[in-house]
Design a binder for this molecule. Structure first.
Ligand SMILES: Nc1ncnc2c1ncn2[C@@H]1O[C@H](COP(=O)(O)OP(=O)(O)OP(=O)(O)O)[C@@H](O)[C@H]1O
Ligand SMILES: [Mg+2]
Length: 365
């Protein structure tokens, strides 16, 4: 999406507001958006707490952008209601919803300098030139772009443009910040750097933030809570740790991290818990240890399951070693952090795997 300053809204249309600095509560109540027969978003109900950083995570086409656009007011729901600070915004046009938005493609005004890009939202709110300049100076400092005010967007790197986009979203101090794949176009290092930057800004500004991404690391790093979406519906909502450690469904287990799912293991799986019907056992690769078959067992051996297998593959991935191990009918993924005194196994080696029985999880099929 591109926005142009020419889509100008009359200043007198704007709510007169003084710049404040708290987040707002956001509520989706059974919101559905139909495109013909397709429900891009179906019966979405969700409350985002004041000041919370919530990430919507899901595969392509799962309805993430649609949910954000509904909240921003760029599209209207087919049914349901959206409330901001307790008030329905059904009849409030997008430019009055008081939200800072960052799109995936930055959408900076290419023909305006960085300063003018930042001043634009303030101008829209009828803020006087002297104050605009002050706010802009302060914001440039906060995102460490003091020296870049007079440059054009095309004269900035991707990460710098991204910081300008964030600064522009924040400058009018909206209670709500909406980010759609804000770091999608950046390379890995820069993305990690910018994740920390976003985290810092969230801490500092306290905005209620909804961030859309399909990058699970980003979601885990940034969020107070994560909503996992699938085909227009919420699959699970929880804290990053709870989602990773206790995924409710196979879909979540697979989408957030790697999972060994025991559909038909070909060996007897020991468990302390009684699985409920319609679930399947799952274990995370880093919960499995690998050792040579005759290695001494650990002191907590009675709480563990031991199986023997054969290494099918070993991938050296920087600080991690990733093994694929044939056990019964299964190929188990095992991840080990590299330690200096560790034995390294190669394809064809016979090994013993073990894990705590309490590390098994049961997820809905
Ligand atoms: N204007 C539209 N007209 C018809 N179908 C649409 C429209 N916008 C979105 N859709 C459909 O709605 C579904 C959800 O789209 P949405 O853009 O919300 O997905 P997303 O989760 O953001 O995906 P991505 O990760 O690829 O950005 C998709 O199947 C998409 O094709
Ligand atoms: Mg999208």
């Amino acid at each position: 999406m591109t926005i142009h300053p020419s889509n100008t809204v009359l200043v007198e249309d704007m709510p007169s507001k003084s710049i404040s600095s708290t987040g707002a509560q956001i509520e989706f109540r059974a919101v559905t958006k139909m495109y013909g027969a397709l429900a891009a978003v179906r019966e979405l109900s969700l409350t985002v707490r004041q000041g919370e950083f919530l990430t919507i995570l899901g595969p392509s086409g799962s309805g993430k952008t649609t949910a954000l656009m509904l909240l921003a007011g760029f599209i209207a729901p087919t049914s349901g209601d959206i409330r901001i600070s307790g008030k329905s915004v059904g009849k409030v046009p997008s430019y009055r919803r008081d939200q800072g938005i960052v799109f995936q493609n930055y959408a900076l005004f290419p023909h305006l300098t960085v300063r003018r890009n930042l001043e634009f939202p303030l101008e829209m709110r009828g803020i006087k030139a002297v104050e605009r300049a002050e706010f802009t100076d302060r914001m440039l400092q906060r995102v460490h772009l003091e020296e870049f005010g007079n440059r054009m967007p095309s004269q900035l790197s991707g990460g710098q443009q991204q910081r300008v986009a964030l600064a522009r979203a924040l400058i009018a101090d909206p209670p709500v910040l909406l980010l759609d794949e804000p770091l999608g176009a950046l390379d890995r290092n820069l993305r990690e750097q910018m994740q920390l930057e976003i985290k810092r800004l969230h801490k500092e500004f306290g905005k209620t933030t909804i961030c859309v991404t399909h990058d699970q690391d980003e979601a885990l790093t940034l969020s107070d809570r994560i909503v996992v979406m699938r085909a227009g519906q919420i699959e699970q909502t929880d804290t990053p740790q709870a989602l990773y450690d206790r995924p409710a469904t196979r879909f979540v287990a697979n989408f957030l991290g790697e999972a060994n799912i025991f559909d038909n293991p070909g060996f007897e799986l020991q468990s302390d818990a009684t699985p409920s019907t319609g679930t399947v056992a799952m274990i995370r690769p880093e919960r499995i240890s690998v050792a040579s078959v005759d290695a001494p067992k650990r002191p907590d051996a009675e709480r563990r399951q031991f199986v023997t297998g054969v290494i099918a593959d070993m991938i050296y991935a920087g600080p991690l070693r990733k093994y694929q191990v044939l056990v019964g009918n299964s190929v188990l993924a095992v991840r080990e952090h590299v330690a200096s005194d560790q034995q390294i196994f190669g394809a064809g080696d016979k090994v013993r795997l073990d894990w705590l029985r309490s590390d098994l999880r049961f997820v809905k099929v």
